[in-house]
Design a protein around this ligand. Structure first.
Ligand code: HEM
Length: 178
C-alpha cells in the first residue's frame, strides 16, 4: 500500500531548510579549513559558525514539533527490519544534527573564541578556554561530520530506492508543494 498522508507543510519546510543549511555548512567547513590564513578565511569561519548555530536552532524546533505531532504512517509494504532501519537512521540523524553543531560550538569556546551570532550578539560562553579539550573537540567535530555524511547518504539512497524501485510513494510524505 502506498503512503498517502504527508508531513505538515511546517515540517516539510523545516526539513528542507535544515537540509540545505547543513549542506552549505558542510561544504563551507571543508573549504575554509584548507584556506591559507586571510581575512576571507576568517569571514568564512564566521559564516560557518552562524550557519551551524542557525541549524541548531531549527533542529531544536523540528524535534519539538516532531515529538508533539505524529509522523504520517509508513507504506504498509515495509517489513519490520526496514521500519527498524528507517527509525534507527532518523534517531541517529537527530542526535548528529545536535552533536555536530554543538561540537563545533564547544570547540570554538575551548579554543578561546567567543561565538558572535551574525556579528550582533555574543552567545553564552559555556566553557573556559582549554587547550587540551580544544584538540579533542576539533577531532570530534570532524569525525561526527564524517559519520553524518555517511548517514545522510544512506538516508538519501533509501528515499530514492523507495521512490524509483519500490514506487510506494514514501518520498511524497516529505515532498514540498503537493
Ligand atoms: C550543521 C552544522 C555544522 C556542520 C555540518 C559543520 C561542518 C564542518 C566541517 C565539514 C568542517 C571541516 C572539518 C575538517 O575536515 O577539518 C568544520 C570545521 C569547523 N567548524 Fe563546523 N560544522 C557545523 C557547525 C559548526 C558550529 C555551530 C561551529 C561553531 C559555532 C563550528 C565551528 C567549526 C570550526 C571552528 C571549524 C574549523 C576546525 C579547524 O580549526 O580546523 N561548526 N565544520
Amino acid at each position: 500500500m502506498a503512503a498517502t498522508q504527508r508531513y505538515s507543510n511546517f515540517s516539510i519546510a523545516l526539513h528542507w531548510l535544515i537540509a540545505v543549511l547543513i549542506v552549505i555548512a558542510f561544504i563551507l567547513g571543508n573549504i575554509m579549513v584548507d584556506m591559507r590564513i586571510s581575512p576571507s578565511k576568517l569571514q568564512y569561519f564566521s559564516y560557518h559558525k552562524w550557519l551551524g548555530v542557525t541549524v541548531l536552532g531549527f533542529v531544536a524546533i523540528r524535534l519539538i514539533s516532531r515529538l508533539l505531532s505524529k509522523a504520517p504512517p509508513y507504506p504498509t509494504n515495509m517489513g519490520k527490519t526496514q521500519l527498524l532501519a528507517a527509525n534507527g537512521t532518523h534517531i541517529l540523524l537527530y542526535v548528529l544534527m545536535f552533536a555536530v553543531p554543538l561540537s563545533g560550538y564547544f570547540y570554538t569556546l575551548a579554543a578561546g573564541y567567543p561565538v558572535v551570532y551574525l556579528g550582533l550578539f555574543e552567545l553564552p560562553v559555556l566553557i573556559a578556554p582549554n587547550p587540551e579539550l580544544k584538540g579533542t573537540l576539533k577531532e570530534l567535530h570532524e569525525i561526527l561530520n564524517k559519520v553524518m555524511l555517511v548517514l545522510v547518504l544512506l538516508h538519501v539512497a533509501a528515499a530514492l530506492k523507495h521512490h524509483f524501485y519500490d514506487k510506494d510513494g514514501l518520498l511524497n510524505r516529505m515532498r514540498p508543494g503537493r
